[in-house]
Ligand binder design. Structure first.
Ligand code: G4P
Length: 526
């Protein structure tokens, strides 16, 4: 198969949801269809159970699972599907944001009883920033939930995206009979007694065929006809272009646990979801069909074994063919690096690959060379964009708690920051180091990992910061004036860029008003 065919048959996507909506269950059912696993329960949920925030074994367990399930690849009907796993816990949201930079589309899972929840809303914002094509799966139809039209309205208003149902449910909860697939004009009947194994019986029946009344009763058939009339009246025809540009999300209904509606979703997904597309770099746009290999690191995972401090760097291939043992330029360091054992991920197994193509994710053995966002090429100096750090929301001073282990601490902190666990700022005035994170859990993760992996001890001290924003201005005078007045609140990030640490939202607002020529950025990429 040549490069063009390999690219066209690839679909790289992430499933996102609020915890408990059914992401793990849906992932598992997709893997079952692909024959990648054979029993239910093989995919472990990577969510940290409630109340386990100080249970470090739980954190380690979660890290172990998240290595195993970072990428789940499988073949389905000749299509190579790569599902990128995203952490369920909101404190790891930044990991999820970064994973979303490596996908070409997204499936959102929504619980029909709960509707749109906070985490989904936040993740959708990231999809919107990148115009990522989105499909929605409304799950748990075997339970009573909100009215389907209300759910569709809620998705439109809360997620700020137009929807187009491509399937519609008949009943819900105990009276759930199945879904009518508008994409293929087929009826899928739900038999609750076939729990977890059935894919439902699929009947090809025209909506106006009296046979429909016999199959699902006259009342349900009439309700379905009315519902579908409304669907056709309210929602514009499905158009591929509007889905691909991220304007309209096709919606499916089903029950992941019962394996119901999942195949319809998958069959439609492989037909309409995009193959790997173009990527942006500071220098130029990269076309996946270019001969030369390019790719970027979007995730770094430390070894679980404390005796081996090596790591796995996850490379998303953006163009060309990646070859084992071929030297590639690591743009950050200017070094040429060969990889003798790049890993591909198929379901829960990893194996060494000789070739990989755009859309594929490979795991590279790393002894501490890589940072998130690093580029590999065949010689061209490129820097991929769209992998920003987000302004953290929680801050603490970090101090050395064991004077004999200063070096270990500094190396440990450095490497954990490269992995993207948190962000480090150095206060310009007093030189103190500040850790900024998106969630409280990261502080414990850092402390625990510093001790167990680096033999270093740290302690935290409170610091009152509301937000860190990157600052820049063409007006040098104003910038200098601002830096003088706010010298206590100016810090440098890991790359030496200037950051304003605002004490309060009021202080930030005031600064924005008084220094109109200064731009205050909430992501590191501007
Ligand atoms: P998540 O990864 O999005 O956090 O959700 P997960 O798949 O773990 O599902 C959360 C809970 O919802 C699980 O139950 C799961 O069995 C259930 N679930 C998923 N899909 C459906 C569905 O279609 N119908 C119904 N009724 N339930 C569904 P749990 O009790 O938390 O876990 P478990 O003990 O069943 O594993």
């Amino acid at each position: 198969m040549d490069l063009t065919q390999e690219i066209k048959r690839r679909r790289t996507f992430a499933i996102i949801s609020h915890p408990d909506a059914g992401k793990t269950t849906l992932t598992e059912k997709l893997l079952l269809f692909g024959g990648a696993i054979h029993v239910a329960g093989a995919v472990k949920s990577n969510k940290i159970k409630k109340g386990a925030t100080s249970d470090f074994m739980e954190i380690e367990r979660q890290r172990g699972i998240s290595v195993a399930t970072s990428v789940m690849g499988f073949e389905y009907k000749g299509i190579k599907i790569n599902i990128l796993d995203t952490p369920g816990h909101e404190d790891f949201a930044e990991d999820t944001y970064r994973t979303l930079t490596a996908v070409d589309s997204v499936i959102i899972v929504i619980d029909c009883a709960k509707g749109v929840e906070t985490q989904t809303r936040k993740l959708m914002e990231v999809c919107r920033m990148r115009n990522t094509p989105v499909m929605v799966f409304i799950n748990k139809l075997d339970r009573n939930g909100k009215d389907p039209f209300d759910l569709l309205d809620e998705i439109e208003s809360e997620l700020k995206i137009n929807v187009r149902p491509l399937a519609f449910p008949i009943g819900m909860g105990p009276s759930f009979k199945g879904v009518y697939n508008l994409f293929e004009n087929k009826l899928s009947l739900f038999f609750p007694e076939d729990r977890q194994t059935a894919q439902g019986e699929v009947v090809e029946v025209d909506l106006n065929d009296p046979k429909l009344d016999e199959i699902i009763t006259e009342k349900d058939a009439n309700n379905l006809r009315t519902d579908l009339e409304l669907v056709e009246g309210v929602y514009p025809e499905f158009e591929l272009d509007t889905y691909l540009s991220g304007e309209v999300a096709p919606v499916f209904f089903g029950s992941a646990l019962n394996n119901f509606g999942v195949m319809e979703l998958l069959d439609c997904f492989i037909r309409i979801a995009p193959h790997p597309g173009k990527s942006r770099t500071l220098q130029r746009e990269i076309d996946p069909f270019e001969d030369k290999m390019t790719g970027f690191i979007f995730k770094i995972h430390a070894n679980m074994d404390p005796n081996h401090r090596d790591r796995i760097a996850f490379l998303k291939i953006c163009s060309g063919t990646f070859e084992r043992n071929k030297p590639y330029l690591h743009v950050g360091s200017g070094k040429n690096i060969k990889f003798s054992s790049p890993n591909a991920f198929m379901a829960d197994k990893k194996s060494i690959v000789d070739f990989a193509y755009p859309g594929d994710i490979i795991g590279l053995h790393d002894t501490g060379n890589f940072k998130i966002g690093d580029t590999l090429t065949e010689g061209e100096k490129l820097k991929f964009t769209g992998i920003p750090s987000f302004s953290p929301e929680m801050f603490r001073y970090i101090e050395n708690a064991d004077p004999l282990k200063f070096k270990q601490l500094s190396k440990g902190v450095d490497q954990l920051m490269d992995e993207g666990v948190a962000q480090l700022f150095t206060n310009k005035m007093n030189g103190r180091k500040i850790i900024g994170t998106v969630g409280a859990l990261q502080f414990e993760v850092i402390q625990y990992r510093l001790e167990h992996e680096y033999g270093a001890k740290c302690k935290y001290e409170p610091v009152s910061i509301y937000k860190a924003c990157w600052i820049e201005s063409d007006n040098k005078e104003q910038l200098d004036d601002f830096r003088k007045r706010k010298f206590q609140n100016i810090a440098l990030d890991k790359h030496g860029r200037k950051v304003f640490l605002a004490d309060t939202s009021y202080a930030l607002q005031l600064s924005q008003e008084r220094f109109p020529d200064i731009k205050f950025h909430f992501t590191s990429e501007f």
